[in-house]
Design a protein around this ligand. Structure first.
Ligand code: TXA
Ligand code: MG
Length: 318
């Protein structure tokens, strides 16, 4: 079914075929995943990769995540290890990305991995992206479908707002359930979480039977893309706020200011998982309403709140 936006199409078999044709022709496509929407292209093909970097205005030094249908496909490009297999078994397909060593004969284009000897590998679970990955003969290089440093999109309409008609097809697979990007874990040496997500450090420690050495904060510079400014809604964000300044949009947790103008709750029930899934959506709503600044109250730095704090701290480095 055609949408009012000429390049947004609801996911079905016919659209899937159209998207695959685009990808086979070295074009990029907006695609839904369970975390956030991505801008996908053939990871083996230079011209597809160049289009992704160009559209996102992403620095070439920041590598892309490579998305696979299954293990058999990924093994062609990366060296796997025991830790990887344990986490893969437990969480995949799902919202986790693994940094692994690139195989010498890997076909991933060097631009996609920013000429590094490692590759970020992910197995997304959303049925639309899985059905496409199953049909194509290459993995998808797929960063979040937003301009570099801005907020990730959590709906097809958000992708349209980022790129307008510069992408031929945006496949609409509904709102992203998780709403923030995958957990990124480096498994090339002692495991280290580089980007916190909904799969938390504690559950990873349990499965690997380890204790992480450092807090995730110290690992930022290990990942080329973990630059300080990121996830920006395009207006100043200030965190750990106690008092509304009477003009900003005020983001908080719970129901204290329910139905009050200028106040936006991440979760009425103070559920941190729900709060994480609403963060980017609320950033975009506030921006559209024309506010000039966002204040955010203190968000607990535990469980899913760790991922929320990671994103809002970076959003505040405007
Ligand atoms: O949930 C997600 O992961 C989404 C969906 C679309 O799959 N994708 C996503 O991609 O968030 P992107 O490009 O926005 O973020 C990828 C992050 C970047 O911070 C990048 O620096 C890091 O992963 N990364 C990629 N390859 C890496 C590598 N070889 N070593 C360390 N970090 C890497
Ligand atoms: Mg991103």
């Amino acid at each position: 079914m055609k949408n009012i936006y000429s390049n947004i199409f609801t996911f079905n078999k016919k659209i899937s075929k159209k998207a695959i044709k685009c990808l086979n022709n070295s074009n990029v496509v907006g695609l839904p995943t369970e975390t956030v929407y991505g801008l996908g292209g053939n990871a083996y093909d230079k011209s597809s990769i160049k289009k992704i970097y160009y559209l996102k205005k992403r620095p070439k030094s920041n590598p892309l995540i490579i998305h696979y249908y299954n293990l058999d496909d990924a093994i062609k490009d990366v060296e796997i290890n025991e830790n990887f297999l344990k986490l893969f078994k437990k969480f995949c397909p799902g919202p986790i990305t693994f940094i692994l060593k690139k195989k010498k004969n890997s076909k991933i284009h060097e631009l996609a991995s920013a000429k590094l000897k490692t590759v970020a590998v992910r197995f997304p679970s959303h049925r639309a992206i899985r059905s496409i990955l199953k049909e194509i003969n290459f993995p998808l290089a797929m960063p979040s479908a937003n301009r570099s440093t801005y907020v990730s999109p959590v709906s097809a309409k958000d992708v349209f707002d980022e790129f307008k008609n510069k992408v031929q097809i945006i496949v609409d697979g509904g709102n992203s359930k998780i709403g923030i990007e995958s957990t990124v874990i480096d498994l090339t040496n002692d495991p280290q979480v580089l980007r916190p997500g909904i799969i938390g450090s504690k559950s990873i420690e349990k499965i690997l039977n380890i204790k992480f050495k450092k807090s995730f904060k110290k690992n930022y510079n290990k990942s080329p893309g973990m630059m300080k400014k990121h996830y920006s809604p395009g207006i100043p964000v200030i965190i750990n706020q106690k008092k509304h300044d009477k003009k900003s949009a005020f983001i908080y947790l719970g129901k204290r200011y329910k139905n009050k103008k200028d106040f936006f709750s991440l979760s009425i029930n103070s559920n941190l998982k729900e709060a994480a899934s609403n963060l980017y959506k609320i950033f975009r709503i506030i921006k559209k309403k024309g506010y000039k600044k966002i204040q955010i109250s203190n968000i607990p730095k535990k469980s899913f709140g760790i991922a929320i704090n990671d994103r809002i701290i970076k959003a505040s480095k405007f």
